[in-house]
Ligand binder design. Structure first.
Ligand SMILES: Nc1nc2c(c(=O)[nH]1)N[C@@H](CN(C=O)c1ccc(C(=O)N[C@@H](CCC(=O)O)C(=O)O)cc1)CN2
Length: 286
């Protein structure tokens, strides 16, 4: 089975549009998201454009702040201070990666935690770690869980989930979410020994390593659910640009029970979950 992330994102946005309309009717609140982009990275520009477009499509307010590549860290912090104090802005997102002269961790820490719709602020990651209610949860990990449940149903308890990758943005939070779902969780990374053997034990395999076609068919247990977070741009045999995930899709598809494709898997869910977080932020701070 191929898990259709594009369709799951459409379904989530439809449900959010209804919620947004209800929030307007009942409380006269229109959720507002501001996306900040520093520089002109082509992929980031596309992601930001899609975020703004989809936010508006579900009836929310969205604005984009484009800053030049030579923006200083102090200038970006000043911009965030203004957004933190603007009551019409419920969600703030700074598109990553930032230019090298800006320290991402300083910027993430400067976003008001209740407006941190990326869920990257230490207060939100701490809440997730403690299993507290009210955390804004990172979008890609949320998308992974929703997509895994499309195949496995709501109850993931007792399943062995193996996560490849330990980033703060995907690997660690997705592992915590799987733990909340009562999975047995193994986190693996570049120094893990016997990686293939560990992956073969997975009922749910999450690949978030950033290496094209890294996960081979021989690493996958028959019937496993495979969630591919990778977005890697490579050249095909004719020199044409092509987008692939971290999983050797063609080979793994024949063995697994279900798999997310790239494109059309986790990526679209990242943006849909961002809209979900913005609605939650607006509701929580009404
Ligand atoms: N502040 C953040 N920065 C970044 C995040 C993030 O969650 N917050 N994630 C990524 C980029 N990203 C969202 O920002 C993102 C990446 C990919 C997609 C997506 O829909 N991909 C499509 C393919 C699109 C293409 O052709 O490039 C797919 O997989 O089908 C959405 C959002 C890094 N930065």
């Amino acid at each position: 089975m191929i898990i259709d992330g594009k369709q799951a994102a459409v379904d989530l946005r439809k449900a959010l549009a209804i919620e947004v309309a209800q929030l307007k009717k009942d409380k006269n609140i229109t959720p507002g998201l501001t996306v900040v982009l520093v520089g002109e990275d082509p992929a980031s520009q596309i992601y930001v454009r899609n975020k703004v477009k989809q936010t508006r499509e579900v009836g929310m307010i969205s604005s984009e702040i484009k800053l030049p590549i030579d923006t200083t860290q102090a200038q970006l912090l000043e911009q965030l201070e203004q957004l933190n104090n603007d009551n019409s802005v419920h969600g703030i997102l700074v598109q990553l990666p930032l230019p090298k002269h800006i320290d991402e961790s300083v910027i993430i820490a400067a976003i008001a935690p209740h407006k941190d719709v990326d869920g990257f602020h230490a207060l939100n990651s701490g809440r997730l770690l403690n299993g507290e209610k009210g955390a804004l949860v990172p979008c890609t990990p949320q998308g992974c869980i929703i997509l895994a449940k499309k195949h496995l149903g709501e109850d993931l308890s007792g399943l062995h989930a193996v996560v490849i990758g330990r980033s703060n943005i995907v690997g660690k939070p997705v592992a915590l979410l799987l733990l909340q779902e009562h999975c047995t969780v193994t986190i693996t990374h570049s120094r893990t020994k016997n990686l293939a053997e560990i992956c073969r034990q997975a009922d749910i395999l999450i690949a978030a390593v950033g290496r094209p076609n890294f996960v081979k068919a021989s690493w996958v247990k028959k019937g496993a659910t495979v969630i591919d977070v990778g977005i890697n741009r490579i050249e095909d045999e004719n020199g044409k640009a092509k987008l692939v995930g971290d999983v050797d899709f063609t080979a793994v598809e024949k063995i697994c029970g279900a798999i997310t494709p790239v494109p059309g898997g986790v990526g679209p869910m990242t943006i849909a979950c961002l809209l979900k977080n913005t609605v939650e932020a607006a509701r929580a701070n009404a």
